[in-house]
Design a protein around this ligand. Structure first.
Ligand SMILES: Nc1nc2c(ncn2[C@@H]2O[C@H](COP(=O)(O)OP(=O)(O)O)[C@@H](O)[C@H]2O)c(=O)[nH]1
Ligand SMILES: [Mg+2]
Length: 164
């Protein structure tokens, strides 16, 4: 990790269109809309944005699991208007030395139900921190950024999430 890196190495994972790349840009102070993510994208700090296909297509699960090998924090991004959760089997169990953050994204949408999504995540065993974020609302991105920065100092916690 670079000495001047403000973050631990983190990877954004989640479905196609969850808002990962827009958030990735916003965390880096770039407020342009994201292009479709065609490949794993690294920034200069080693943070990773992953294509949603890695998450949605079983034949690409191994690519996702390999991609996240070296990250310290896994950030699962789930849209505030989606009440389904299909987690690639093993994704969260395979590494026990990572911290897990959940982001409920797009909370600005008119049909957003972040409290229901949070219940869904809790029911499925996410016991870590859950952040409610809109990439259009800088203060929510800043809160996530502060927590990521802080997790530099945090000890990795084991976690387990139920498969459906
Ligand atoms: N309303 C709203 N739209 C968003 C937000 N974040 C992303 N989007 C839109 O959702 C779509 C998918 O975003 P993208 O970042 O490419 O998702 P990815 O596939 O997870 O990387 C794009 O049209 C974005 O402009 C948000 O916080 N609020
Ligand atoms: Mg993307």
């Amino acid at each position: 990790m670079a000495a001047d890196c403000p973050f631990p190495r983190f990877a954004l994972v989640g479905s196609i269109e969850a808002g990962k790349s827009t958030l990735f840009n916003a965390l880096h102070g770039r407020h342009e809309s994201a292009r479709k993510t065609q490949a794993v994208e690294f920034d200069q700090t080693g943070a990773i944005d992953t294509p949603g296909e890695f998450f949605n297509h079983p034949r690409l699960y191994h690519a996702l699991i390999n991609t996240i090998t070296d990250v310290d924090v896994l950030v699962y991004v789930h849209p505030a208007n989606l009440l389904e959760l299909h987690m690639p089997p093993g994704l969260l169990e395979v590494y026990h030395n990572k911290r897990l953050f959940c982001v409920i994204s797009k909370i600005d949408l008119p049909d957003a139900t972040p409290a229901r999504v949070e219940n869904l995540l809790r029911e499925r065993g996410f016991d870590g921190e859950i952040f409610q974020v809109s990439s259009q609302w800088p203060e929510t991105v800043a809160a996530l950024k502060a927590a990521l920065t802080d997790s530099h100092r945090a000890r990795p916690l084991p976690h387990g999430v139920h498969q459906q």
